[in-house]
Design a protein. Structure first.
Lengths: 372, 372
DNA sequence: GACCCCAGAAGGCACGATTCTGCATGTGCG
DNA sequence: CGCACATGCAGAATCGTGCCTTCTGGGGTC
């Protein structure tokens, strides 16, 4: 008892710390600390009268439980890491493309709805930073081959869900990805149906799975239909290099009559290159690029885009991760393949469906904000 | 002593908890907990031999200090909230525009360099979420009038630095903003010099300071040069409404011969509207919009943009916030105004500087990734 | 020889919440 | 009337680390 009394005296009520603690609430409500905790968390067996009384006192004192103390005790922080792999030497290319922005938006929203918050953590950050924040789990976007950070995370026992198939044998808890093979094949079929005889590819030099799978699918399709591959590569993190590569592709002697660009800015790059060479789109050149940007609805001409539906991916990734954190649905499949969406516009149709230009951003199945 | 022994026995070494704690390191190194803590944090007075020995043992055991315990003890979590105000009823429009993306990128990078991580927290999230994460400070992007979340944060004693002047008398710790008056006036002068007689404005219905200051600057400029204001407003969070408003503006009987669009997508919107009405850019219509997107370098024609330099803003905001958190430089000015950058392209020049189209994305003073 | 000083290391409290254990008090039933 | 049982609540251990305080020798000085 002597120790308890000394301890209480040392606290000195709510004078020392600016904010009210659970002890202050207990004292003000005339109950014990246990009762306050139980009343606020709905845990113990208390009559409604006590419960509401405690809640009211806590509200009046402006009591906010300490996140650090709760995390220390329960072992759960309610924080999810959002790891963005950096490309090359670039300091941090988060949201370089609209994909990341939309994916992060959906992930944040989904996490918030289940009571979690997202912490942005680039993969290149030093390890001491990772240990400086208590995470319940991590989302990894496009993990590269044998990412040391991911390996470290998994070894420390944290659930890790990746956006994109993990390369190599990265032991992630679960992953979500698009069906890139089907997407590329369907898109190439679409171009061939529109009259393309030789389809070119603008792709990247990076080794992430998206680039590799899409490029492989292109080669497979070429082999199947008996076309010689026509492609140019460039480091995807360098926007200037993309414009140069687009130029190279259209300057080739075996110039393609249709091009698919793997990265977001390729659409405008290819359009500018086509103008330089006097190629009309879609009459002389069919164009498709993978992008989430809405600018391609209003370019001249509007450009057909392949949407990876990053919103749906971000949402799914978060659901899987939180399920793993909370230990529910462990028997569910740990990998999930999601469809893509080809938004057909003028640039990939030899005969435009209408001669007059359509109304601006018609409310049809356009690139509207699909929040599902 | 009896209590200590019982306590140590209850722990049972590193069996119970999967990860090694500081006690395990102390036991393995044959020293006390205090010595381990001092050795790893470089705090006490220890010979280098002991220090390196402890470090080696900790390394061998894979010891990672508990972030929660450290936060509880020190009161500092190393986490900074990144608050994004939501527009209207939209669930969460984070990175709707390239501005947010670039600003968040720079802020993340700057915070990381000083040992902090960013937590994404929409302003509409319920209060219980805010108390669920221990923050050392918060960045608020474009706080609206008397934002309840900001008021709550400031009252809880946390440093709050806002991107954009706080509306009303929001008592933020510091703020950073562009010189919007000067930017708009300089831009309108530029258009007038290019031959514009009647300059229109495409602006928003929201009450954030950016919109208000820019619109006011437009009205002031009009009053000064004796031009009747010609403007259309629309809810900035709705991309479709932007296209419609652009259409409205060009359909007016007093059609302007130059337009400034306050928001990122306005450039393509106005370009599309001009095409619909058969207006040539820049011959019949001069165009400028505020945007950080690089697509305007390759549109037909390339569009002059006003860059707010979000990277610099994000970096400055973080520096100010961390300075306030760590209590250094309190006598420094708590508000900082930063210049903007007008990137002049074809759309605002009556006489293009060269008759031939320039090379793609020339390495000149273009919208390159200025990371400073 | 007594005294002080100081490097080096250990002891133990406290951060603020959760939660297990357990006591006191009503209530139903044999 | 007594025992089993549910209810309402308090005490105290505990999470893992930081740091304030204390202890212990060994060497130097008067």
């Amino acid at each position: 008892m002597g120790r308890a009394a000394a301890s209480r005296r040392a606290h000195g009520g709510s004078r020392l710390s600016g904010r009210a603690g659970i002890r202050d609430v207990a004292a003000a409500a005339g109950v014990s600390i246990t009762t306050v905790s139980d009343a606020l968390n709905g845990k113990g067996r208390l009559p409604d009268a006590t419960r509401s009384h405690v809640r009211e006192v806590a509200q009046r004192l402006g009591y906010r439980p300490s996140a650090a103390a709760r995390t220390l005790r329960t072992g759960k922080s309610g924080l999810i890491g959002l790891t963005v792999t950096t490309y090359g030497e670039e300091p941090f290319t988060f949201t370089e493309f609209a994909y990341f922005a939309e994916m992060a938006r959906a992930a944040t929203s989904a996490a918030l709805a289940r009571g979690y918050a997202l912490v942005i953590l680039p993969a290149t950050s030093r390890h001491d930073l990772w240990s400086n924040v208590a995470l319940d789990g991590t989302v990894v976007i496009d993990p590269s081959d044998e990412d040391p950070v991911v390996t470290e995370l998994v070894r420390s026992g944290l659930p890790v869900v990746s956006d994109g198939r993990p390369a190599g044998s990265l032991p992630v808890t679960a992953w979500v990805d698009n069906d890139h093979e089907e997407a590329v094949q369907g898109l190439l079929d679409h171009l061939a149906e529109a009259g393309a005889r030789r389809i070119g590819l603008l792709t990247g030099t990076t080794t992430d799975t998206y680039t590799r799978l899409s490029t492989t699918a292109y080669f497979d399709w070429c082999a199947r239909v008996g076309q010689e591959p026509v492609y140019e590569t460039y480091p995807a993190h360098d926007p200037c290099a993309g414009a140069v590569a687009a130029d190279r592709l259209l300057a080739r002697p075996d110039r393609p009559d249709a091009v698919y660009g793997l990265f977001d800015p390729n659409g405008t790059d290819l359009l500018a290159a086509a103008r330089r060479y006097g190629l009309r789109v879609p009459e002389d050149l069919l164009l498709v690029c993978c992008s989430e940007s809405s600018v391609y609805a209003t370019t001249e001409p509007p450009i057909t885009t392949l949407s990876l539906k990053p919103g749906r991916i971000g949402n799914t990734v978060i659901q899987l991760l939180i399920d793993a954190i909370e230990g529910i649905g462990q028997d569910a499949p740990v990998q999930q393949v999601m469809p893509t969406d080809l938004i057909v516009r003028t640039s990939s149709q030899r005969r435009p469906p209408r001669t007059t230009v359509s109304a601006p951003r018609s409310p049809g199945p356009g690139p509207g904000a699909g929040t599902d």
